[in-house]
Design a protein around this ligand. Sequence first.
Ligand code: COA
Length: 195
Amino acid sequence: MTAFRKPQVALTSKAAPFAIRSERAVDVAAREALLDACFGEDRHDRTCQRLRDGRAPAAGLALSAVREGTFVGTVRLWHVSAGGRPALVLGPLAVDPACRELGIGAALMKQALAAARARRHDAVILLGDAPYYARFGFSADQTGALMLPGPFERDRLLAIEFTGGALEGAEGMIIPTGARLPKRRVVRPLEAHAA
Ligand SMILES: CC(C)(COP(=O)(O)OP(=O)(O)OC[C@H]1O[C@@H](n2cnc3c(N)ncnc32)[C@H](O)[C@@H]1OP(=O)(O)O)[C@@H](O)C(=O)NCCC(=O)NCCS
């Protein structure tokens, strides 16, 4: 007689659940390290960074993914004017390379878009890979006459409208309109005071 063997269920690390929550101050260092790893330390030279420099993200629209107590993903959205139309720009979106293909990127996107819609924003724009973002409803249909303050690939400028016609006929430069962050105080070395 063949002995019945109870199946062994091994909970691999891939099975660990994750959560999406509002970004906290404690996430910032890990977020910056993840973005450096994903986009390179010269990421601050990228065109979309011009829409974020010195600005705060839109209220309630900076999200972190956390898995087993560790920060593993980020997405933020920013106020812009898109040729005069109020909108948000999404980015950067990044997930820890060790935690990819688990649906964390999709969860960050879905939660960010739901939160933006709930806060009555009309449209979200981003610069990214159409084959990835099409699944969330993004297309280049309404961005053909919009510009960014720097070089960009036209077929990567994508948008989704929550309010029909929000970007219809939108034309011109996308510029930042978010709240300005307080300027950093320059801390002089002690020697300068002592001299
Ligand atoms: C893009 C990114 C956020 C996706 O995160 P993730 O947690 O692995 O995403 P999900 O698990 O939700 O989805 C994985 C799916 O997206 C697909 N995908 C990932 N990146 C893609 C891309 N650039 N183009 C097309 N599809 C892509 C995967 O092939 C996979 O497809 P499947 O569902 O058919 O198997 C992650 O790969 C990442 O951080 N990349 C580096 C930073 C980056 O490129 N950010 C986006 C800027 S365009």
